[in-house]
Design a protein around this ligand. Structure first.
Ligand code: ZN
Length: 204
């Protein structure tokens, strides 16, 4: 993999991880002074100071016109927090991701193409299209439930739907392969991950 394609963790101004980006994009943010690089001592650097940091043999680096620049593993956004707001947009795919592609009634795991969205309180009864009233469901459960509430249909939600605090995709993106420089910032993401797993387990 090219160094420019390697992954960089993006933090918002509160040092919360919000995104994974490429080295190419991270350097561009740094160069435009939209982000600072963060080193493993939690020090932050603008482009000018970062580009004068010595590059050791263990560091990955990219060549500029007249010197080598170290590849940052973590960058801190300076001016805006748009990314986290955008990342929890209420969309079909974000709901699928939040529910981990599982029908919230029978628990079966399906491909996106086989999933439906279900309004827990049906729209015909005034149920809203919101994070806490829409879940992922299979077509079969959707058909059985029809225009009824889960209670009326004798069906049980495996988990109470909620507005995700983190982009469900961030949990997936961070994945297993992570740089040691990321670890101090990932507690909250891993917490979300653990919560998801526990909720799934306790829902049986
Ligand atoms: Zn189902």
């Amino acid at each position: 993999m090219s160094v420019l394609a390697k992954r960089v963790l993006v933090l918002n101004r509160s040092y919360l991880p919000v995104h994974i980006t490429s080295t190419r994009r991270a350097l561009s943010l740094l160069y435009q002074d939209m982000a600072h690089a963060v080193d493993d001592q939690y020090r932050t650097f603008d482009f000018a100071t970062w580009s004068t940091q010595a590059v050791s043999v263990d560091d990955e680096s990219v060549g500029l016109v007249d010197r080598m620049i170290r590849v940052p593993r973590v960058v801190l956004l300076l001016r805006y927090d748009r990314i986290p707001k955008r990342s929890v947009r209420f969309t079909r795919f974000n709901i699928y991701a939040r529910d981990r592609h599982r029908c919230q009634y029978c628990g079966c795991r399906l491909l996106r193409s086989e999933l439906n969205l279900d309004h827990v309180v049906p729209r015909s009864r005034g149920g809203a299209s919101t994070w806490d009233n829409v879940v992922c469901s299979c077509r079969r459960c959707n058909r059985i439930k029809g225009g009824r509430t889960p209670e009326e249909a004798g069906m049980h939600l495996r988990r109470r739907p909620f507005r995700p605090k983190w982009s469900p995709f961030l949990v997936d993106e961070v994945g297993r392969k992570r740089y040691k420089e990321w670890l101090p910032y990932l507690g909250a993401v891993d917490g979300t991950w653990r919560n998801l797993e526990e909720t799934e387990r306790s829902a049986g």
